[in-house]
Design a protein around this ligand. Structure first.
Ligand code: AGP
Length: 613
């Protein structure tokens, strides 16, 4: 995803844009740019310095001309085209007068570009967004005003957009529009703003309005006018914003953790967006390893720490199940001390939300030293891990502020399972029809996560009844086991209570001795193939006095006989279940922690990124 901002009627346009971009950095990292417009003149500056892009852009603007009352700005999260300056927004038309910024994906950009090029347009970037500038240019050349030009252009576009356009020949106007990607309008006396979210303009605008899908807004210094895609006038919904800036950045939630738990459906959708061509080929634009190399992979080793290690463990099951490739998972801090075996054809995957975890960076350094090809899975563009790997797959979860990882976890699982499907596609280990079905199923997970989130109250109710408990076991089988590990980690790091994740089948080999009245056993029992085994494990702990909480599917009628509490989730493909089943476990941990008065965003002793060994 990207971040956009715009202003008309301002006395400090550039400062407004740069401050707003700094607040939008969480939406896009790899490049940033601004365009200033006044009658007859469009001035542009761009920078592509990874996470330093906004700072580099500020430097680019040090000697910007003054006297521009209007402008637009953009932070980019590369989806089409490498994260380099030529692909940074704003993009211009052939005349250099029309400037556009865009957040989203233009799905039919290839055919549109071919048509525009056949009519003489010259493209200067490798992005999907640039087609918008040239489409608008063509309408303007027919004498249409900027609003009508944007409307005509959007009528031929398929995909998602929050777009803003300016033209030096209509300098005191910005025309913006939205489909799927967020867009906010702000007003103050004599100045009108647009942004991807409220925080970007919170300290300048005094009134805020939400733009809905397929609505087009003409911004002028005296205010704005909105129409729908048919040209009919519409009224924008006014927002009540009584937040301070930090609250705004929490999007009105009590804390970042709640915000980020609720962003999980979008994190999955964004991570999967536009990752499959019309012919069914699964693609990772940013992955710079050839299909031939991927096809020749003989063994996969995944190194990661903490929550990322749990995502890696889930990926192991998917890679082995679908691609029939041997896969193993190592704890980052252990990998390089075990004199690891790296043969020809070994692919090492380093998984890290921050891309700065030194244990994981050291692990992939060791792997590369021993001749492995390395792929990073990172949530931060241009992170150290990404830069030190041969290739990278970006999760697009957006900035994760809370120390306890939530949305990054589900995004990692989605990205890694998509990679497993790609490996299966290349190795032809499962029929194309099955890959299609699994791809569709993976894309449906976001909705299932939404359903699980809607059941928050029932999870909170159970957690509140168990406040005071001191000992927890989290049990699962197959991918339910790493899910249990992740649930236990969430409870430990948020509430400071002791919790252990364990393979359910392993309990009887010793830890069962710990089970007694007062111990809480939380079980993940959503895989039909292992349900009977889970029931017998639960009977074992129940018989010894444990209190049993079970994550079970909506259609599971047998669990009630054994469970003291049931946390219901929608059923899904077994390998997809961790992304859904983890939601009640996150909410459980969060509620326990809040009940104990913990700081859920900044738990004691912990850092968001562990850059020391
Ligand atoms: C997870 O909630 C913790 N914050 C921690 O285990 C984290 O997952 C671990 O430090 C790895 O971080 P990374 O994904 O940025 O490498």
């Amino acid at each position: 995803m990207c971040g956009i901002i715009g202003v008309v009627g301002s006395s400090d346009t550039l400062a407004t844009l740069l401050e707003g971009l700094a607040r939008l950095e969480y939406r896009g990292y790899d490049s940033a740019g601004v365009a200033l417009v006044r009658p007859g003149e469009t001035w542009r500056a761009r920078a592509a310095e990874g996470t330093e892009s906004v700072r580099a852009l500020r430097k680019e603007c040090e000697f910007a001309p003054t006297g521009f009352a209007s402008g637009i700005g953009h932070t980019r999260w590369a989806t089409h085209g490498a994260p380099v300056t030529m692909n940074a927004h704003p993009h211009l038309d052939c005349s250099g007068h029309v400037a556009i910024i865009h957040n989203g994906i233009i799905e039919n950009h290839t055919e549109l570009q071919e048509q525009l090029e056949s009519r003489g347009h010259v493209f200067t970037s490798r992005t999907d967004s640039e087609v918008l500038a040239h489409l608008i240019e063509e309408s303007r050349a027919k004498g249409l005003d900027l609003t009508e030009s944007v409307r005509q252009s959007l009528l031929v576009v398929r995909g998602a957009f929050a777009v803003a356009a300016m033209d030096a020949n209509e300098a005191d106007v910005i025309v913006a529009a939205r489909r799927v990607s967020p867009l906010i309008i702000g007003t103050a006396p004599g100045v009108t703003y647009l942004a991807s979210d409220v925080p970007a303009i919170l300290d300048r605008a005094t009134s805020f309005y939400a733009v809905n899908d397929d609505e087009i807004v003409r911004l002028a210094p005296e205010g704005f006018r909105a129409i729908d895609l048919d040209g009919a006038p519409v009224r924008l919904h006014q927002l009540t914003i009584d937040w301070d800036l930090e609250t705004a950045q929490k999007a009105g939630h009590d804390d970042f953790m709640t915000k980020e738990i609720n962003e999980q459906p979008d994190a999955i959708r964004s991570t999967l967006l536009d990752r499959r061509r019309r012919d069914g080929t699964i693609t990772f634009d940013e992955l710079r390893i050839s299909d031939e190399e991927l096809r020749d992979v003989q063994r996969v080793v995944i190194v990661a720490a903490g929550t990322s290690n749990h995502a890696a463990q889930i990926a192991k099951y998917a890679i082995e199940r679908w691609a029939r490739l041997s896969a193993e998972v190592d704890i980052s801090s252990e990998y390089r001390y075990r004199d690891p075996v790296v043969e020809i054809g070994t692919l090492v995957i380093g998984v890290s939300q921050s891309g700065e975890t030194i244990d994981t960076i050291q692990a992939i350094r060791e792997a590369r030293r021993r001749g492995a090809r390395v792929v990073a899975v990172s949530n931060i563009v241009d992170s150290s891990l990404a830069r030190e790997s041969d290739a990278v797959i970006y999760t697009r979860a957006g900035l994760e502020v809370s120390v306890a990882s939530t949305k990054a976890f589900v995004a990692q699982v989605a990205a890694l399972e998509l990679l497993a499907l790609r490996l299966a596609q290349l190795r032809e280990t499962i029929p194309a029809s099955d890959i299609d079905a699994l791809f569709q199923g993976l894309n449906a997970v976001a909705d299932q996560v939404t359903t699980a989130l809607e059941r928050r109250a029932s999870v909170e109710d159970v957690a509140k009844q168990l406040l005071g408990a001191r000992d927890f076991f989290f049990l699962g089988r197959h991918v339910g086991f790493p899910t249990a590990l992740e649930g236990a980690l969430k409870l430990k790091e948020l509430s400071y209570l002791h919790a252990e994740g364990y393979p359910a089948g392993e309990l009887k080999h010793g830890p069962l001795a710990l089970i007694e009245p007062g111990v809480i056993v939380v079980a993940v029992a959503t895989d039909p193939a292992l349900h009977e085994k889970m029931l017998s494990n639960l009977a074992e702990v129940k018989a010894r006095g444990a209190t049993v909480v079970v994550v079970a599917t909506d259609d599971d009628e047998s669990i009630d006989a054994l469970a003291d509490y049931v946390l219901r989730v929608p059923a899904t493909e077994p390998l997809f279940t961790p992304m859904v089943d983890i939601v009640p476990l996150q909410l459980f941990a969060y509620t326990m922690a809040r009940g104990l008065g913990r700081n859920v965003d900044r738990p004691r002793n912990l850092a968001k990124t562990v850059t020391v060994e």
